[in-house]
Ligand binder design. Sequence first.
Ligand SMILES: Cc1cc2nc3c(=O)[nH]c(=O)nc-3n(C[C@H](O)[C@H](O)[C@H](O)COP(=O)(O)OP(=O)(O)OC[C@H]3O[C@@H](n4cnc5c(N)ncnc54)[C@H](O)[C@@H]3O)c2cc1C
Length: 381
Amino acid sequence: MATTETGGGQREIAIVGGGLGGLTLARVLAVHGIAATVYDQEPGPGARSQGGMLDIHEESGQRALRAAGLLDEFRRIVLPGGDATIVRDRHGTVRHADGGGNGRPEVDRGQLRELLLDSLPPGSIRWNAKVSAVRSRDDGRHEVVFADGSTVLADLVVGADGAWSKVRPRLSAATPDYLGVTFVEIDLHDADTRHPAAAAMAGRGSLFALGDGTGLLAHRETDGSLHVYAALPVPAGWADGIDFADRPAVQDAVLAHFTDWSDGLRALVAEADGPLVPRPLYGLPAGHRWSRVSGVTLLGDAAHLMSPFAGEGANNAMLDGAELGEALAAHRDDAEAALAAYEAGMFPRSAEAADGSAQGMALCLAPDAPAGLVAMFGAAA
Ligand SMILES: Cc1cc2nc3c(=O)[nH]c(=O)nc-3n(C[C@H](O)[C@H](O)[C@H](O)COP(=O)(O)OP(=O)(O)OC[C@H]3O[C@@H](n4cnc5c(N)ncnc54)[C@H](O)[C@@H]3O)c2cc1C
């Protein structure tokens, strides 16, 4: 099978994975005049719907966008008012409401990814490039092996390939564990007109409806639809026993977890448009780290997969990309110094985010929820 040798004098950097983390790294490197190639398994940029809104935190996601020189463009895609929050109990009673303004504006994940993709020099990304392994060679370089058997050689390999990273085994034996919760993703289109009861429950931004160890989390999208996550405390493999092509059957299975919830909240499931999609939640151990291996590192979910309850995963992935890019720019002739500096900052920061995410999940899915979340918002006010 073909081995491609690229470079021509410049250090060859291979970024495996073109999610928010890998793309931020590629962009920050480009800002500093450093070339890199992103390899992604998807057939193209629009291959799959990116789904969902993301709140972009001042201290992480926004910091990364500033390093990428994209903060102004980012502000243009923010959903006005999307950062408002409502917390309800299972009866639909409002227990907390705010209008946002907390430095965490909401953007459409697909638009944010597009912004990063459009900012890269032409030819930076190779689509249809599914990586199966990374092998280190005696000369200190690395062979990136693709599913079709072809390989490329690189001096530096960054695993930005998410939860099931194929680069991670080169550094660590850790694998993600099921966190005991499965999300079912639901969309309600044109919510104000077609789903007024559900839309009224969700408000203009995010909704946390919590109780009995379950939850309905929803947020308003830029196109006026509602994106809902039904959070279910079910065993691993729960979704495998359900035919997700049979929408009424899935709705019944989900609604069985919300039997005595208010009709307005149940409408978030009962009025689903389109297919419902299961997302079992997995995480790496909080504080996951590895010993330095020359020329290889990880960022984002590949390094520190965590529950989404604190909204930290994408924010930290982007900050990882920015900090690694800046470290490589600061140590142009010494990649090992750059990787060591990056990891020294990333390990404790991501451990703290993972702890916060675990606490956030425990708080939201506690038997007496939403009491803890309401108290947290009260304390922050
Ligand atoms: C339901 C849900 C809701 C969430 N909500 C939020 C939120 O509100 N805020 C937040 O900050 N985070 C949230 N997260 C977490 C967030 O989605 C992730 O932390 C973030 O996407 C990680 O970015 P990444 O770039 O590391 O990985 P990913 O986004 O997973 O990107 C990995 C990329 O690598 C590619 N890839 C994978 N394997 C290979 C391979 N073998 N070869 C080549 N390419 C490969 C993929 O195609 C993909 O493009 C949520 C997660 C879930 C599941």
